[in-house]
Design a binder for this molecule. Structure first.
Ligand SMILES: [Zn+2]
Length: 263
């Protein structure tokens, strides 16, 4: 599933291949994925316009075209690709293609869950994204402490609340809590300043390594590597992991190192 590190990779792709280029035309093989305009309207709006610098905030990404702006969300299966090939491949999930003066950008969503929104200007992006909290990559330890200080309830739910902190998804949060040795249902009010400081250090480390990899890694030292396994075990202490639902999301924790009761 695309998480912030994947979306940051897509931002890099836009910055490298799309920013500064001019739109020659569009193809929309799957009009249901496009929200806010029609395929014809998209072509009329973007043709001849130059792409500006892309912006990522949390798991949202947008690309302004000197006014009109495309907002991308990748949900379970969305992705962006750039290349010389201009031919849509609907079987592969190609939904929206922008033909630029130097190649084609394609938005692909193989299970048709992702969306591309058109808005008239970058000022209208929040109409699509809703209220977003501070981007997690811009958040220092003091800010995390301040945000959690206003929050009640379980820690995992708080960290995944996009209106509080934008950008932490299910895989990232499980990884961070496992490294911080905190139970996902730890009451936010029970964390002292030292615990928040340690949580923030783990968060920065997981984000840095994940962004560098372009996804949440699943190697032998990552909890994420146990996700989906028939018999998941803790990569550190080899205890059998506890798997359950927290806030409706499949959650993994080590019962030995993240004590506090079954999920
Ligand atoms: Zn363990």
């Amino acid at each position: 599933m695309p998480e912030l590190p994947d979306v940051e990779g897509h931002r890099h792709l836009l910055a490298e291949h799309v920013a500064g280029r001019t739109v020659r035309g569009v193809s929309v093989p799957d009009a249901e994925i496009l929200v806010g305009t029609t395929p014809q309207g998209l072509g009329r709006s973007l043709r001849g316009r130059q792409a500006g610098d892309p912006v990522r905030h949390g798991k949202w990404l947008w690309e302004p075209f000197d006014g009109p702006t495309l907002v991308f969300h990748f949900r379970m299966t969305g992705t962006l690709a750039f290349g010389a090939d201009e031919t849509p491949d609907p079987e592969a999930g190609d939904a929206v293609l922008l033909h630029l003066d130097d190649g084609t950008l394609r938005y692909r969503t193989s299970r048709r869950l992702g969306r591309v929104w058109w808005v008239a200007s970058a000022d209208d992006v929040a109409d699509v994204t809703g209220t977003l909290g501070v981007d997690v990559t811009d958040m220092g330890a003091d800010r995390l402490a301040e945000l959690l200080g206003h929050k009640r309830g379980g820690l995992k739910s708080a960290l995944m609340d996009q209106e509080l902190i934008a950008g932490l998804g299910n895989e990232l949060v499980d990884e961070i809590l496992w490294r911080a040795k905190l139970h996902p249902k730890t009451s936010v009010g029970d964390l002292d300043r030292d615990a928040v400081g340690d949580l923030h250090r783990r968060l920065r480390q997981v984000l840095r390594d994940s962004i560098r990899a372009g996804h949440v890694p699943s190697g032998p030292t990552w909890l994420n590597g146990q996700r989906g396994s028939d018999d998941p075990v803790c990569p550190r202490c080899h205890a059998h992991l506890d798997v359950g639902q927290v806030s409706g999301r499949t959650t993994y924790r080590c019962p030995r190192e993240q004590p506090g009761g079954a999920l």
